[in-house]
Design a protein around this ligand. Sequence first.
Ligand code: ADP
Length: 514
Amino acid sequence: MTGPENSSQFFLIVTIAGILVLAVIVYLTIVLSSKEDTIKKMEEAHQRLMRSFNELDEQAKLIVRTDLELNKAQEELDKRLNGINALQRTSRQISQALNEGEIFQKLSPTLFEELGFALALVVTFDGSGMRKRINIGFAENSIPSLLSKLEKDDHLKSALKERHAFSSNNTSRKSKEKITAIFDIEHFILAPILTQNGTIGFVFVGNRYTAPAVTQGDEELIGILASQIGQSIENAVLFEQVFHSSQELELKVKERTKQLAQALEQVEEINQKKSEFISAVSHELRTPLTSIKGYAAILIAGKIGEIPDTVKERLAKINSHSDNLVSLINNLLDIARIESGRVEMKFALHPVKPMVDNVADLLTPQIKDKDIKLIVTVPDDIKEVYVDISQAERVFINLLSNAIKFTPKSGTITIAALPEINMGFVTFEVTDTGIGIPAEDLKKLFNEFYRVDNEINQNVKGTGLGLTLAKNIVEAHHGKIDVKSKVGVGTTFSFTLPLSAEIFANAKIVKTTI
Ligand code: ADP
């Protein structure tokens, strides 16, 4: 090989080597720089991780803190729930209490414990001083001095006066210290017991130094308890008042009932005496009357000698007046006898239709005289009634003859047995289209001798005994008699008679009052 060849070869080799070295350098530079990048990225990632970790740590701490707070809140909630339950239970009990003593009995240490307080003092007072109190946890012998100190405390006094709760939570440090000194407690609530008349006491609760401070929730619960006590006391007072007045009323009613019973006894006694008197007098009158009538009859018949017509006329008047008197006396006697139960009633089952027809027949002449239309309706299914037939007929006769008497010519009279049976009694009605009876007279119509002051009564004689007799007879059958009337339109007398002996025996005896 030649020298220039060698040198070019050498040059080539050096160049190649140089290129190689350069290539290696470039490669290394590239590799190194990419590693640096990676390291940088890794550092950044590391920092991010650290940040995330720190954040996580913060969050974990927050979670732990929140958990603790939640637990505390849960505890607080449980406590409150317990308190509310205890309060609800007690509220129910005290609202049923009938007096203040009973209300205080229900305020147990458990209630205050469940409300979260170891100490309690509940006091009610009135103008003359303390009325009731309960003490839970305070030394009993310290209570009087505690109360007198309380009375002197301005904050407490104004809280009671202004009707708001007062607690270690919402008062100044100074006043708190004062209460703390009086009661030897750190936490307390005082709630006034209120009624419509103002403050009548207070509920004071507290805890010694280690207990947690009172919260607003505690204040609310004690406030509710105090107002519930106030309301229950108010209700109990009202109840006592109502109870007393009802007892007074009961006494008055008893007294009055006794007086009325005595009065009734007296009335019955007087009635009895009246009946006896009427009976006696009637008897005494009947005998001479019968002789008067007898002598008059003998004289009229001329058995003692002929007498002039003028004397005969007068004798006839004596006779007719005597008849009237005998009928009046007989009626009086019957009323007295039936009233006192001295008439022996001959009860038996009697067919209704013939009974009513018989009465109608009996009065047909008077009905015809006045051209009155008589309607008799007896439903087919009403067959018999359990009556003393002659007495029952007297009721019909009295009512029908009155109807005839007080109905003008060409009027209508209806005698009807109603189709409906009422408690085993048949109702009969005698209805007329007569002059009617004023409302104010209806009340007295069944009284003895009562007659309405009207034109007919002024001209036609009557005794005012017919309706009394009818009433007595109906009542002797355990039935009722009633009257409805309209002046100028007509009158309906209704009365009831029993269907059977059993109905008669079981029916309550009713006295007709209009
Ligand atoms: P008296 O018919 O003898 O007066 P009552 O006791 O039978 O006695 O009747 C009392 C009074 O009741 C009668 O005077 C009459 O005023 C009134 N009265 C009774 N029935 C009727 C009637 N159907 N219509 C109008 N008034 C009547």
